[in-house]
Design a protein around this ligand. Sequence first.
Ligand code: AMP
Length: 428
Amino acid sequence: MSTKKAKIQSLSGMHDILPIDQKYFQRVFKAVEGIAHFYNFGRIETPILEDAELFYKGTGADTEIVEKQMYTFRTKGGDAVVLRPEWTPSIVRAYIEHGMQTMPQPVKLWYYGPCFRYERPQAGRYRQFHQFGFEIMGDKSPSMDSQIIQMSYDVLKEARLKNLMVEINSIGDSECRPYFKKNLMNYFKSRRSSLCPDCQRRLKQNPLRILDCKEEKCQKVKTDAPQIINHLCEGCHNHFKKVLEFLDETEIPYSLNPYLVRGLDYYTKTVFEIFENTPEGRLQGALLGGGRYDNLVKTLGGRDTPACGVAGGVERIANVLKTKELKPLKSDDAKIFLAQLGDLAKKKSLKLLEEFRRAKIQIMEVLSKDSLKSQLGMANKLGIKYVLIFGQKEALDREIVLRDMDNGTQETFKLSDIVKEMKKKIKK
Ligand code: AMP
């Protein structure tokens, strides 16, 4: 029998976010939180595990996500549950469940947390990833669509991304889309053999998705396909015109993409995605995507309620950020190192550290170390300017020595004064 044990590793498509990479994730989170706060969106958190029915009905049984990518299983009690593949249906469920229709409308919500999709792992595609998003429920005005786009764009700007491009389209509503779908189906039917196998299948279920196909084979057929923008009903046409007029007032660069349909069933009217317009950025795919979903609340059992929103992929944005020289966020790294020697000083250090914590001064220590040389060496390596030296003698005399690592000078202070003294020094 082999004694060699198989190494346990993270699952395919799942990844650890190590301390060294936290700064990219923090940057995204802070941008999202700041913008949500400014525009008065309330944070919502929903369970990761939901009733499978929510996504069959909400995201749509024929979509790629529901058909192929859901982590579905049965609980011991026999319930069919899903690790959420996206947030919007959960938010709508919560909106209905907590009677948010009776609150002053629109209700504005934001979220941040993990999602799960059983996708083929590749650049910018993970099986566990984080999404953030903004949702505006209970308002049909085109200005809301534009505000969502503006907020999405601002998150990326705030995270310091440049070269951004918004792609936008309208996919109509239940009045004009069925007619267009028929039109499109007829067009593709007569060119069936020129489509990739996936699109031949889509032809029956959802011909709109063919417009979205990235396969080389389908590109040529797509170019001459009818465009929905030319087949919108009056309501959708006017709505889209207004969204674009609002966008024109901002400085957001956008382009109309007649092939943009997005993969989810619930979208109506406006759809959009934002990319970083560089070769590395394009490789990651859309950083954010969203649009209007006026029928979803009703589909999930609520009152007829218009809504729109966006979801962004944190990993994709972090990956783009990693390719840039990032100026660090305002650092809260320690500027002080506490070096202690001997048992008495070690014991008294615990209380001293707590005093620094209460004064909100970050301080670094390694209480398990005993040698002064190794502690000074460590402070040096970390580039910390101030080292507090706390030995047996100082502990007995209730004093502490401050060493300035830049010039090697040392000064002794009363232990009771040191927090105040250090506050002054690091403020300089
Ligand atoms: P979607 O819900 O598919 O519209 O996705 C919204 C955003 O989530 C996308 O623009 C991506 O940034 C991100 N995203 C979607 N799927 C994945 C994935 N498998 N891995 C990483 N990010 C993803």
